[in-house]
Design a protein around this ligand. Structure first.
Ligand code: UDP
Ligand code: MG
Length: 307
């Protein structure tokens, strides 16, 4: 029988894990496929690891990987995928915001309808602060314009994939990982399944507004070099403009003499250009820092214990 591996990143999720396990067991029991769980403990500070250990004692389908510290969800997904042995791999959040009831339908789409992958997206953002939704929409808008990968608004990391696709993703060993971009970049035939947003079953969200903002910058830097081009274009534009201005001032001084006024406007110009220069240097710095981390070739995660 074919096997389907379920990868579940967990960070401080002691309450959610049993609920997740129960719901997923129920949803998958009629699927004609063997199930395997790979839980990833991403440096939790509560009893998450203990819960995983107990679960894998009582059920041999359950495996786990435990990190030496918190490496982030991206690292956890990567590590989990690496441990899987199934013909199919699913990535799911443990908080049941990714409904397990969709699994049979996703399985069917891959095995019978000829897709390589089934991805999910939320059709609404109910229960989310409006300002967060607004920024999220803005991010997708910018991404669609500047990055050359297919990114769907509201896309979740919840995916059902064939082995070939998982191997392609694992081949992308970059340190700065942005899965929403990576999934699109590797290609393959993808079916999109929409569903309505749900509330977390237990515990709290691990994403603050600031963390999400950082993550979106990561996404832009990882999948587009457009900001680098922009900063060069802006620089070129102001270079030409200032050249014209210098000629104008020179000619005017020759004809009318040199009246010494206009200091406030000069001060404004100086601060404006200084700001612009810093902004563009900052963009370059961002790409350099990412390249720097990439060149170091550090591991994406460190395993302390696994089973
Ligand atoms: N997660 C993780 N490492 C982290 C943060 C989150 O493994 O550093 C896991 C978390 O346990 C959950 C999933 O990633 O299974 C999604 O996190 P969360 O539900 O907090 O995000 P949200 O749904 O609010 O965007
Ligand atoms: Mg969640």
């Amino acid at each position: 029988m074919e096997k389907c591996s379920i990868v579940v990143p967990c960070y401080n999720e002691e309450e959610a894990i049993p609920l997740f396990y129960e719901a997923t067991e129920k949803a998958t029991k009629d699927m004609p496929v063997e199930i395997e769980y790979v839980f990833v403990n991403d440096g939790s500070r509560d009893n998450t690891l203990e819960v995983m250990r107990n679960l894998s004692e009582s059920d041999s389908k359950v495996h786990y990987v435990s990190f030496s510290r918190n490496f982030g969800k991206e690292a956890a997904m990567f590590a989990g995928m690496k441990e899987t042995t199934g013909d199919y791999v699913v990535i799911m959040d443990v908080d049941l915001q990714d409904p397990p009831e969709l699994l049979p339908e996703m399985y069917k789409a891959v095995t019978e309808e000829g897709y390589d992958c089934v991805a999910t997206r939320r059709v609404d953002r109910k229960g989310e602060p409006p300002i967060r939704s607004a920024f999220a929409n803005m991010f997708y808008f910018i991404m669609r314009i500047i990055a050359k990968v297919d990114m769907v608004p509201g896309a979740r990391d919840f995916r059902f994939m064939k082995r070939v696709m998982v191997d392609a993703i694992l081949d992308m060993g970059e340190y700065n990982r942005f899965s929403k971009g990576i999934f699109g970049w590797v290609g393959f035939e993808t079916k999109w399944v929409p569903f309505e947003n749900r509330k977390r079953v237990a515990g709290k969200t691990k994403w603050s507004f600031f963390k999400l903002f950082q993550y979106s910058i990561e996404g832009i830097v990882a999948f587009s070099t457009a900001p680098l081009v922009w900063s060069s274009i802006i620089g070129l534009f102001f270079f030409v403009a200032s050249f014209v201005a210098v000629i104008f001032l020179f000619v005017r001084a020759l004809i009318y003499g040199d009246p010494v006024d206009g200091w406030p406007s000069l001060a404004c110009m100086i601060t404006f250009f200084a700001g612009l220069q810093l902004f563009c240097t900052g963009i370059i710095g961002m790409y350099m820092s990412k390249a720097y981390l990439e060149v170091k070739g550090r591991p994406i995660y460190i395993v302390k214990e696994k089973k």
